[in-house]
Each structure stands twice: as C-alpha cells, then as structure tokens.
Design a protein around this ligand. Structure first.
Ligand code: FEO
Length: 392
C-alpha cells in the first residue's frame, strides 16, 4: 500500500498484515493486524515514527522511496513489530538519529544491535522541534513494556500512541469506520496485551488527559477520529468493579463435566447472573480473554486426568493468572474417576488473582442428584456474593 495522507505533511506508512493468524506465537489474530508507521514532514526536519516487522520492511522501503532525507526515526516502543525495521531504516539514512526513551535504548541495543552513537534519548515531557511542528514525548510505561511512550503533535492534535489504544485489524480503512467492530477488536487487544497493567493504564489515561486530542494514531489497526470512543472504552475496562457475570472455561472428556457445566449455567441464569462458557478444546482463546475483562467470577471446569486437571484447564488457569483480570471470585467444578489433586493443582496456578475461592464442586463419575444440588448451592453463593458487592 502507498503512503496515505492523514493531514498536510503527515502520512501513514507501514504494512497491513491480512494473513498472520498468530501474533508473537501467542495471540490469535482472527482479523489480521497492521503495523503502522508515520511520516511527519516539518519545515526543517522529517521524522518517521516507528517502523514495521523486519520481514515487512520491503513495503516500508517502497513507501520511503520519495523521502530523500530523514532526520530522525522515533521508537515509541522497542518491541520488534514496530522496531524490527529500524536497522534497515538507519542503514538507508545513515545520518538519521534514533530517538527513544532512556529505557528503550538498552532494549533496542540488545535486541536489534543498534549502535549506541545513533541513539538520542528523550525525557518525559521533552519536545522535538521539526520547524513548524513540535512533537512532545510523554512516558506511558507499561502499555505494555516498561519503556513505552507516546508522542503528541501539538499543531495537529495527533496522539501517536503506539500499542496504547491499538486493535488488531487488517483493513483498507485509514480511520475507524465501524466502531462496533473496532470496539470488539480493541477490547480483545486490551485483554490480551494491556489488562495485566490495568492500574498503570489508569495513571496513563489520566496523564494524556491534558492533551486536546483530535486523532489517535495507534500502531495497530485503523486511526481513531473520535478519541472519546476509545478512551471511554478503556476507562470502562480498567474500572475496578467487574460485572455480574460468570465465565466458565471448561473441558470435558466423557460428558460428566459438560453435564455439570450445562446445569450450572442454567442455575446461574435462573438467579439473574449472566454467563459465558468456553469449551477449551475449540474456543478462540482471545474470546476468553475478552470475557475475562469484566467477569465477576471465574469457574474452571475440568475432569481429572492422570491425577490432575486436564492440561487445557491448566492452560486457562495460567492464562487468567498472567492476564490478572479483576474477577473477585473463583471456583472449580468437575468430575473424577478415582481421586487426584485437580483442585489443589488448579488453585496453585493462579497466585496473581486477588480472588476469594468458593468451595469447588467435584463429583465422582457422572453427576448425581447430590452433585446437581451442590451446583445449585454454588450458583446461589455466587449470585449472593455478586449482589453483596454491587456487581451489575
Ligand atoms: Fe505492537 Fe508491543 O508491540
């Protein structure tokens, strides 16, 4: 794709990646993604903000064909999907300097072997004059690495936010045209990438509040012309109060756990609790991550396999532990044949979760009347606790 004009002398560059389906060998990309870079031509200096994955440099190289002189490359975030082509760009423009945060400097030198003499570091709040335009840098740590920062172009009121406010969508649209689709993709992105840093994000959102932002230009997905749309969404997601919702990631081998899940879902719905269940053998793990953003309770369903939880249930527990959702309660349901340590092992996998563990329900073999009664009790306990804590 050719460079695309955002405003006079400000262009989108980068690569729209329609085909990748697994990001960082970790995150599902049902809709692909993009790696956005931005060229700003000031009256005196020209800068490129971020680059693209190294393997996609050929596209950025073609986009830079008409750019004779580049004064600076700015790295807002050192992760390779944005920094990977920096060495190629610096090779093409040997006089250009790389501007980044003090923390990013070492990371870029370690991961990309950028020469120290090419790098200029900027402090929080420092500015860079391009002549008729001024970029202001703001440190926004942990969105989602320790070195991340954003840049605000004062004259044009554009916030270049890198991963912050991003969404994994490959699209030919420069700006968001479908807010509902973007909301889902941005929530997925937040859940998978940003959620562990919810508390810091709150501070960063407050920090950028001082800017009069007209356009947010993230490094993934379309640009945002209505900043309040995405800022309000983030404020909703980081809010401490979860929803009156239970999510049930589960796996069943011989239908016993499945029968328990079905019964339990119905018992919760009867009590006015909303539920999402995820069969871990087929679910898109990103959908599970989205549900974790605002669930009040997580209930893991697992059979006992070789004396412990099914590995997929263990994976879901580890994922929840890593993403640190704001859920307040946790329980476990499932079936066993002759014993095991399913509850003990699953419980040990979630030390990061600040949850109250509600008495699990494990039954021997297929569930009987007593097992279903225990599930009724569990549903009632959860409904009462949600009500007590004001979850809606
Ligand atoms: Fe899009 Fe953290 O890189």
């Amino acid at each position: 794709m050719k460079p695309r004009k955002i405003k006079d002398n400000i262009y989108w560059m980068g690569f729209v990646d329609w085909d990748t389906r697994l990001f960082d060998s970790l995150i599902p990309l049902p809709d692909g993604t993009s790696y956005n870079a931005f060229l700003i031509k000031g009256s005196e200096k020209t800068v490129l903000i971020d680059t693209v994955e190294s393997k996609f440099f050929y596209e950025l190289e073609a986009q830079l064909e008409s750019v004779e002189k580049l004064d600076y490359v700015i790295s807002l975030h050192a992760e390779q999907d944005h920094s990977g082509s920096i060495p190629h760009v610096l090779a093409r423009y040997p006089d250009a300097k790389l501007i980044t945060s003090a923390k990013a400097k070492g990371i870029l030198m370690d991961h990309l072997h950028v020469a120290e003499e090419s790098i200029i570091t900027v402090e929080d709040g420092e500015t860079l004059s391009l002549g008729d335009k001024v970029l202001e840098f703001m440190y926004t740590p942990w969105v989602h690495w320790p070195e991340t920062m954003v840049a605000f172009l004062r004259e044009d009121n554009i916030l270049f936010s890198c991963d912050f406010f991003g969404s994994h969508i490959a699209t030919s649209d420069l700006f968001i045209t479908d807010e509902a689709r973007s909301y889902e993709a941005a929530k997925r992105y937040y859940a998978e990438v940003m959620m562990p840093f919810r508390k810091v994000i709150k501070k960063n959102l407050a920090k950028i509040g001082k800017y009069d932002i007209e356009i947010i230009a993230p490094s993934h997905g379309p640009l945002i012309q209505r900043p309040s749309f995405i800022i309000d969404a983030h404020n909703e997601w980081i809010d401490d109060l979860p929803k009156n919702k239970v999510i049930i990631p589960y796996v069943s081998m011989h239908s016993s756990t499945r029968k328990m899940v079905d019964y339990f879902v119905s018992a919760l719905v009867d009590r006015g609790v909303s539920v999402q269940q995820f069969d871990l053998t087929v679910t898109d793990i990103g959908k599970l991550a989205i549900a974790l953003v605002d669930a009040g309770t997580i209930v893991v369903g697992s059979p006992t396999v070789l004396a412990g939880p099914h590995p997929l249930a263990a994976y879901a527990a580890l994922l929840a532990n890593a993403l640190r959702p704001k859920a307040r309660f946790l329980s476990i349901i499932g079936s066993y044949g002759w014993g095991g340590r399913t509850v003990e092992i699953l419980s040990s996998l979630v030390p990061n979760l600040k949850v109250e563990v509600i008495e699990p329900v494990l039954v021997k073999g297929a569930p009987r009347k007593e097992g279903f009664a225990a599930l009724e009790n569990l549903a009632e306990t959860i409904a009462v606790k949600h009500k007590e804590q004001g979850l809606r």
